[in-house]
Write a protein that binds this ligand. Sequence first.
Ligand code: PGA
Length: 256
Amino acid sequence: MKTYIVGNWKLNFTVGEASIYLHKLLKALPNYRDIEVVVAPSTIALQPLSLQVDRHKIKLAAQNAFYRDYGAFTGETSFSQLRGIADYTIVGHSERRYIFGENDKMIEKKVAAAIRNKITPILCVGETESERSFGETADVIRDQVIGGLTDVADDDLDKVVIAYEPVWAISSTKAAKLATPDEIAEVVALIRKTLADTYGKEVAEKVPVLFGGSVNPSNAGAYLTVPGVNGLLVGGSSLILSEFTDIIEVAKRVRS
Ligand code: PGA
């Protein structure tokens, strides 16, 4: 299985800045066969970047889109409009869940809409700090995994990527708020067990599971060697080109 390094740019960079970053990243990267490098710019930058990108080196991800293909949905962009432009899409990121009120029902429809439009969903799951402190982590993760995949046909399950992002570890600057390899290993094992129990062992082994939450060049190696982790979803650190390329270098070292 490939190692995934996904940069989630969130609400950062103008289209011009995004294009310059992509230009530099393309120049900096060789063509890695075992590493899938993906960047997720703002929706407005996706179309111009899709004309600029060399997909042998880098793939593009949307950060969000709406599940209906067209209609009276002011302000939305659909996955059908992104078809052929985005290779991947993040779905169910905690900022979408908690700032924009997305629930499992909407996320389930978005995962299905992405697959219908040949865009690979990266389904984000993760518990909040209070859910963890009340011992609810396993239930939350199970519900989010099963809920998010409800509308996916069995044959399409190998077109899904899952990212475990503990909400309390996102954009954290305090060491106490960083997820430890043991904590990650436990939840990643639970994700695979949930997949195995629901869809069978073969599917569980095929679905890439990424980790995200304050990943940077110094902790990337430790996170990438957690059993069951197939890659990283990087926010803040992906905004700094040298840090993002350092993380890709770490991935290359860990693979070899
Ligand atoms: P972070 O963001 O790396 O800044 O914590 C990760 C994410 O939210 O996907």
